[in-house]
Design a protein around this ligand. Sequence first.
Ligand code: FAD
Length: 384
Amino acid sequence: MSRQPVVIIGSGLAGYTVAREFRKLDAETSIQIISADHGGFYSKPMLSNALATGKTPLSILNANAEKMAEQLKMTIRSHSRVTAIDPSGKSVTLRDGEKLPYSQLILALGADPVRLPLEGDGVDAILSVNDLDDYHQLCTALQGKKDVTILGAGLIGCEFANDLAVAGYRVRVIDISARPLGRLLPQAGGAFLQHRLEAIGIVFHMGAATQRVERIHESLRLTLDNGEIIQTDVLLSAIGLRPRTALAEAAGIKVNRGVAVSRSLQTRYSDIYALGDCAEVEGRVLPFVMPIMHAARGLAATLARTPTLVRYPAMPVVVKTPACATVVSPPDPNAQGEWLIEESESGVKALFQSAEGKLLGYALLGTVTKEKNLLATQLPAVME
Ligand code: FAD
């Protein structure tokens, strides 16, 4: 008996990986991806280290929607936004009012960049890069420009700073924290990273908050809360992402920080699932590639009628700052323990250990990153 298609909302890594994994298990059931964007497949992590190697938006695109549809034997509706989900009628509504039925629905909606509530007439010139179209916009904005200021010294902010500096731009980074990657690294690690990034010309304004952004002819003028004034050509915001939850919430699906799902990635409706940056799996929002790969495999098995719980091993994250090799596996926020830190000129090895000496997390910078795989084998699973 033919069933209604499995419908996936979103053509990012989460949407495409679950489609690909499901196809390996089921060659027959029709799959439909609905995407608000172009629907092509590309590696999003590449966006924050593409400028230095001269990659264009086109060269980053692995395959357009048409090619992906052919490869995975599925239908892709690109530039189509889902505006409503009807869980009891088992259909989704597109912006133009068209209704599409589903047998199972996967929410792979991603996340929105967080915007700071800033004052001034330059606020709408602030860019953020969370997809290929944004990267295109950044490349256009950079044409003929020299100075770039980045709001946020987190993972993505530091990666863009390194990339832009190597590409020849004068780069400043502003953050309210005392050190870059403040949420992921202990103080010594942040200081080491900052030092290495400063060595390639990046200027940090740490412990400072941006208050106003004004347009002054072709450039932007920032006023910080410490009274500092910064003039810049291009302003890039990288202060974090917020899971896209509005569509789910309007359909009566439980939402916390992300779309709340169980370990089978199921919402409160048995045929609606979520994964990727939009999802909160048993209380955890993990907006990274590795959790998506594990979640997609588990979900594909569940969709193919082998109910499967997602399991996350330890998943260290490589920070793409070539000026300072960095790998982090942050301890669980509730973990009890302390950082043990070894510093040298060539690196920082920070191990987060329990009172019993069990390794619960690490931050490795510089030459000690070569120990990342060996140490990873000692780390606890993120979700057994
Ligand atoms: P997205 O890729 O955001 O996809 C969401 C999709 O949903 C899009 O196609 C969008 O159009 C669609 N959509 C949303 N709403 C609707 C709607 N209503 N109707 C139809 N379609 C809709 N992670 C790592 O592990 N390592 C890294 O080095 C790394 N580097 C990164 C660098 C950058 C610059 C960024 C931004 C992220 C990086 N990440 C990295 C994170 C990683 O890329 C993301 O976790 C991952 O790509 C998220 O995939 P996703 O499919 O969940 O979301």
